[in-house]
Design a protein around this ligand. Structure first.
Ligand code: SF4
Length: 109
């Protein structure tokens, strides 16, 4: 579903049927974080979801400010692979367990 920022996000839920105006971020809500519409505009989750749909990768989200009190609140994301049991440093790429990372080219002379 499209977020208030206009990007597709699998965790956004909006119900506007017959005058309703219910909006939720089910990812933040499931992890005990409070959501507001402005968070969607800078959230990295839609780009991660578009680049990597691995079902084993779980996103952990936290709402914080990059440098306290100066910047706006932002969604900060970390990822963990439940199959390889390790942190995923680049969630857009994945851990490389299921989908091998690109092979190396060797140029023989
Ligand atoms: S805050 Fe991020 S994860 Fe939540 S609905 Fe908005 S874009 Fe999606």
């Amino acid at each position: 579903m499209k977020t208030p920022a206009g990007r597709e996000c699998p965790h956004f839920y909006g119900d506007y049927y017959r005058g309703r105006n219910v909006e939720e971020c089910r990812l933040l809500e499931a992890q005990g974080q409070s959501w507001s519409r402005d968070l969607c505009s800078s959230c990295p989750v839609p780009d991660i979801a578009r680049a990597n749909s691995c079902a084993h990768m779980k996103l952990k989200v936290k709402v914080g400010r990059p440098i306290a009190a100066i910047f706006q609140r932002r969604v900060q994301v970390s990822a963990f692979c439940e199959k390889s049991k390790r942190d995923v440093s680049e969630p857009e790429v994945g851990c490389g367990e299921c989908h091998a990372l690109p092979f190396k080219f060797e140029v023989k002379e």
